[in-house]
Design a protein around this ligand. Structure first.
Ligand code: SF4
Length: 273
């Protein structure tokens, strides 16, 4: 889907960490809206989407002046003396296609190099993250970059999220980050049907994995996902057995064969500072 880019000048850039992200002092979204338009995206159900005319994925607001705002707000937050921990991003992808030209995410990272938070977590499904390895490295152990890998099956990825990047590119970026020395994680969220080789494939690209599903991770015990009608997408494939609250335990057991206990995280614990 082609997304329309709209240029906005927000008044603030850091939001308080709440709900699923209450372990963070702040969340940070360089854009509003997301060109990947994943079918299961719970943000579709939130006011940021429901109050807009266009379908989720068809528009993206570019936050102009984001770096200047961050500079001010970060300085103010650090002056308070409590740890400043930032999650990027909770309701957009910081490395979606617009970032190639707009470089909002990169400008935010540049601010953080000069004035580092205590911890910074980057969540993306985009191979473009490798562009910023130089900046990630300068944050040393204050950063973790988490790449979403919902499945190893491209046919499944195309069924659920056709506009998101192919899995192979995401895995390659994960490996590049790891080899460069950036702390990484593969996030299997929401877990989609995958092959039995999936854990071995992930293991060759990172040493840490987090498994999350709709029932634990959509912020409403699976209700938001049910409202989106996602079950029917499993039924179309005859794979309803993958859409159950117990499915993650089966996947977890498969991953335990190749990852040690201290390398596997479930839902919220995998995202914490
Ligand atoms: S990449 Fe994330 S924010 Fe973007 S549509 Fe998909 S789930 Fe939503």
């Amino acid at each position: 889907m082609q997304s329309e880019l709209l240029y906005k000048y927000p008044k603030t850039i850091l939001n308080k960490g709440t709900g699923f992200l209450s372990g963070y002092s702040h969340s940070l979204n360089p854009y509003t809206g997301c060109a990947y338009g994943c079918s299961f995206c719970y943000v579709r159900q939130m006011p940021v989407s429901t109050f807009r005319d266009g379908e989720w994925g068809s528009w993206v607001d570019v936050k102009k002046g984001a770096a200047e705002l961050l500079q001010k707000e970060l300085t103010r937050a650090k002056k308070k003396g409590d740890p400043v921990t930032i999650f990027m991003s909770s309701s957009t992808d910081p490395y979606q296609p617009a970032e190639h030209k707009e470089r909002i995410t990169r400008s935010l990272l540049e601010v953080m190099i000069d004035n580092p938070p205590d911890f910074f977590f980057v969540q993306t499904r985009s191979p473009m993250a490798h562009r910023d390895i130089d900046l990630f490295l300068r944050l040393e152990d204050r950063i973790r970059v988490s790449m979403t890998i919902e499945t190893d099956r491209e046919d499944i990825r195309k069924h659920f999220t056709p506009d998101a990047p192919a899995i192979r590119g995401r895995l390659k970026t994960l490996q590049m980050l790891k080899e460069a020395g950036v702390p990484t994680q593969a996030t299997i969220a929401p877990l989609l049907p995958s092959s039995r080789e999936f854990p071995d494939i992930v293991k060759t690209h990172t040493d840490r994995v987090c498994i999350d599903d709709y029932f634990m991770g959509d912020g409403s015990g699976g209700r938001r996902t049910a409202n989106l009608g996602i079950r029917s997408k499993y039924e179309e494939l005859g794979l309803e057995k993958w859409y159950e609250p117990v499915t993650y335990e089966k996947l977890l057991n498969l991953f335990r064969r190749v990852f040690s206990d201290d390398q596997i995280f479930v839902s919220r614990e995998g995202f914490m500072p």
